[in-house]
Design a protein around this ligand. Structure first.
Ligand code: IPD
Ligand code: CA
Length: 269
């Protein structure tokens, strides 16, 4: 399978889809949303965008299955699966904030092989295919060269549904507030990760995420020279609902902080 070629097709599809979203946005109203669960918003646009993406991706790769945010209850990853988030950053979108994107990854034989994160409002395409490096609009991107946590900028997403591990999360958060350059919460995990891939952030952590939030962007981080783990330092970040991403240079130091907080409280509980 030619992942580079597929990647180019998915970039054009994302660009067309972004134009559709921007056009619809002109008459979008906050009353067009509904809640699909606690703190989990969805609009007709998420649903319609996902439907369009699935139709077009079925033509690009007939036979591939889908694991997509708005129809996830009906799906699971197979040997060949598109993992899609039609709008990552829905809460930002419905409130008129510009930080949201389309995320499309191809999961093939047990791993993500190509990914595209398309930032709708800037028309920027971030993308990677396995072994091909990481790119933003035909330019290669690399993670930062920051060597210590003291000099790092941290991105995160706040727990918004599962508060079970809030004390552990807050312990890491407090560490980052005190001992790094600061913490940012943008509201789109996929964009947090690609911004890390191009060197704006140096580290990222969040729990409670789904595969479609991170699949494409995690590959982009890896291809940009970064590292991704679950909270134990293992590789179960795609389906495991916990993720750390770093520029690689401060990975061990950050993992130690996260691991200390999460394992200590797990033992206590
Ligand atoms: C959300 C965003 C956000 C993260 C949430 C996700 P959605 O995705 O990625 O940054 O903190 O946990 O659910 O709902 O906007 O597609
Ligand atoms: Ca999402």
């Amino acid at each position: 399978m030619n992942y580079e070629d597929l990647c180019q097709q998915v970039i054009s599809l994302s660009g067309e889809t972004a134009e559709y979203i921007l056009e619809e946005k002109k008459h979008f109203n906050i009353s067009d949303i509904r809640s699909k669960g606690f703190n989990d918003l969805v609009s007709y646009l998420d649903i319609e965008t996902e439907k369009r993406l699935k139709e077009r991706l079925s033509q690009i790769l007939p036979g591939a299955t889908f694991l997509a945010e708005e129809t996830a209850a009906e799906a699971e990853a197979t040997d060949l699966t598109w993992i899609i988030d039609p709008i990552d950053g829905t809460t930002n979108f419905v409130h008129g904030m510009a930080i949201y994107c389309i995320s499309i990854a191809l999961y093939h034989n047990g791993a993500v092989r190509m990914g595209v994160v398309y930032e709708v409002e800037t028309s920027r395409a971030y993308y990677a295919w396995e072994g091909g490096g990481a790119w933003r609009d035909r330019e290669t991107i690399r993670v930062s060269d920051v060597q210590t946590l003291d000099d790092s900028l941290v991105a995160t997403g706040f727990p918004s549904r599962d508060y079970g591990r809030l004390p552990e999360y807050m312990e890491v958060f407090e560490y980052c507030m005190r001992y790094t350059h600061g913490v940012r919460r943008l509201g789109s995990a996929a964009l947090d990760l690609v911004y890390l891939a191009e060197g704006q952030f140096d580290t990222f952590y969040e729990y409670g995420l789904s595969p479609w939030d991170v699949a494409a962007a995690a590959l982009i981080v890896k291809e940009a020279g970064g590292e991704i783990y679950d909270f134990e330092g293992g590789g179960n970040y795609l389906f495991g609902k916990e993720i750390i991403a770093t520029n690689g240079k401060i990975g061990d130091a950050f993992l130690k902080i996260v691991h200390k907080a999460f394992s200590k409280n797990a033992q206590a509980g």
